[in-house]
Design a protein around this ligand. Structure first.
Ligand SMILES: [Zn+2]
Length: 169
């Protein structure tokens, strides 16, 4: 088993869609960032990479590279998942906490949970999605995400039984 942890934050900005957990939420502001600003997928990507000690999101997708401008963060997650599988692991479960003043995540939590589970190839009951407000932390204009993942050793691919041959003597 391996544990991974990731954290991310983005500032709200007018005129861009709000993407959290791979879905678009109805809101008048989105998250600024070089990519689509999906704070949850970025924290999840870092948690997966961290769990297999494979670096961090910035190492794979440098913000200085114009290629990733406005990029769908699903691409980042898929790369991290590839690294997890390459290392011989599979995702056991994920837990996350979002911290933001607005909009309310509660009505969308189940959709986010399903989407993240789908992206990881696991079941919704393996993905925890929690949200809270900053409570006077002075971060009302930002969204913050914390993610923990547990990886388990991937079951070995079933080998085809070797064809029976007369044993050499
Ligand atoms: Zn980010």
């Amino acid at each position: 088993m391996r544990i991974g942890y990731g954290w991310d934050s983005h500032e709200f900005k007018s005129g861009v869609p709000l993407k959290i957990g791979g879905i678009e939420l109805p809101y008048d502001k989105g998250l600024s960032g070089h990519s689509d600003g999906d704070v949850l997928l970025h924290a999840l990507t870092d948690a997966l990479l961290g769990a297999v000690a494979a670096g961090d999101i910035g190492g794979y997708f440098p913000p200085s590279d114009p290629k990733w401008k406005g990029a769908d963060s699903v691409i980042f997650l898929q790369e991290a998942l590839k690294q997890v599988h390459r290392a011989g692991y599979t995702v056991g479960n994920v837990d996350s906490t979002l911290i933001l003043a607005e909009p309310k995540i509660g009505p969308h939590a189940a959709t986010i949970q399903k989407r993240v589970a789908g992206l990881l190839g696991i079941k919704p009951n393996q993905v925890g999605v929690k949200a809270k407000t900053p409570e006077g932390m002075g971060t009302d204009n930002a969204a913050i995400a914390h993610v923990a993942v547990l990886l388990v050793v991937a079951p070995k691919a079933r080998r085809k039984p070797a064809p029976r041959k007369a044993r050499k003597r």
